[in-house]
Design a protein around this ligand. Sequence first.
Ligand SMILES: Cc1cc2nc3c(=O)[nH]c(=O)nc-3n(C[C@H](O)[C@H](O)[C@H](O)COP(=O)(O)OP(=O)(O)OC[C@H]3O[C@@H](n4cnc5c(N)ncnc54)[C@H](O)[C@@H]3O)c2cc1C
Length: 538
Amino acid sequence: MSGEPKWAGWGEPGKRTPLGDGALALLRSELGEGVPATPVELAEVRMPEPQPLPEAIAAAVGDESVLTGHEQRVRRSAGRSYPDLVRLRGGALERAPDAVVVPADAAQVARVLEVCAAGGVAVVPFGGGTSVVGGVDPLAGPHGRVIALDLRRMRSVAVDPISQTATLGPGLRGPEAEWALGERGFTAGHFPQSFECATVGGFAATRSAGQASAGYGRFDEIVTAVELVTPSGTMRTLATPHTAAGPALRELVVGSEGTLGVITEVTVRVRPAPAERRYEAWVALDFAAGRELIRSLAQADALPDVTRLSDEAETRVSLGLSGADGARRAALDAYLKLRRRSGGCLVICGWEGESEAVDRRRAVSLRHLRRGGAVPLGGAAGRAWERGRFDGPYLRDELMDLGYFVETLETSHEWSRLDDTYRAVGGALDRALRDQGTPGIVLCHLSHPYRDGASLYFTFVSRARSGDELEQWHAVKSAACEAIVAAGATITHHHAVGTDHAPYMEAEVGGLGVEALRAIKARLDPAGIMNPGKLLPG
Ligand SMILES: Cc1cc2nc3c(=O)[nH]c(=O)nc-3n(C[C@H](O)[C@H](O)[C@H](O)COP(=O)(O)OP(=O)(O)OC[C@H]3O[C@@H](n4cnc5c(N)ncnc54)[C@H](O)[C@@H]3O)c2cc1C
């Protein structure tokens, strides 16, 4: 994607994933008819007037890099969660940055932070703006004024082919980084569903996990070094494969969500671009059998690079939404019947690398899949998933246009507690949607498997309560978060904390843990200008 994404939706302007007739019929029969909702025009969006900012900001970056136009402020006023989109589409923004400041390099970032700390201006680091947890909400905190610090100009790439590492600028979007690495024969292997729009700095700041995390590792696992510019100075960690020099400061920076400073450089491990990508689909007997199967793969070191298991509801709906109704659906049913199986749960497996290694690793995985009772659906279904892996978010725009509430959340837990967590969170979502008078469909998949556990990713859809969408979202999201906390699971496996999960941080890390984080923030950001309201509870 070149240029700016949709301002109140997902991804490339003009690109859509339209809902087929079968999918529409399924929605209407299960959820009822929504009240169609059209977003306002960008020019009609209302927001507070910008406050005057210290002139020294423009002196630090140049006048042309301080943007105060209507469109720029709207575009940097929200992330991409459901409530963000409701606010944008409704056209009445409670908050917007007073300006969008676009530094060229780390030295300009340092100067801007210095001026903002002295002048009492909050700073929200802004990468791709794809946060789904309120991470880029332009909160001014006690300061009254706020800028979005847009890192789009900082897109350097330096590859060390001998060490197989790359030092990347924070403003590189996923495809730009992969294209630059690909030209030199490498890949970072980081493909979150937000890949098209999210940036390297955002990946690091949120501990992002890509779809192939079982093979390449999560983003925080491939980061070897970072540079963080803070209001108190610049902190750099060494790019070495390992160090025993005390607690890892790199770990403190990765996941700091812009609350400590601005990540201005990230060094990551890269790998030779795979000669082969082999994706296929299988069907497990049911979700419990599929879970056990993936556990056995993980604990035998036999995981495919992409490993993902849909529960019964997600399997049924994803087949419906992807248009696998009519003839394709009938063919699938006939095939499964032939194998004495109806229904079941979809498993997507993908192996990447040298052809020989792919064959070898796949053969080991397949033994486990068969032993676990899964039946193959073949390469075509796997390749269809691979082709459409970044299309899902476009569906959300279509659903919102039709008046549906659609949101996702995720967690992770140990294998021994995963089933309880699945039931507790799914049940809480189901009950909360009913309590809102809008019974819904709750879908889940298991992904990002480890030897000791895995992530659960929930998607839920219901009719939107037209005019009360934010209250509806808040009630349902809170019910799910409370169920996650009660299950002893993490409040987030990879979406990060932002504003939405900050109230649950104490449950996650304890009171002393929160105080320790506050103490570090007080040292690096004594004026408290860095991304107020995120990560730490208010
Ligand atoms: C449709 C969709 C699908 C998604 N799929 C995934 C997925 O598969 N896996 C996953 O992990 N996440 C996913 N996400 C969440 C989101 O894309 C990730 O959190 C991503 O890492 C954010 O990157 P970004 O560049 O958009 O960051 P932003 O949204 O711009 O910022 C996120 C947070 O990081 C801070 N930040 C950004 N850049 C910097 C920097 N250079 N220095 C310091 N702080 C910074 C911001 O202040 C903010 O707090 C998805 C989101 C959407 C909307």
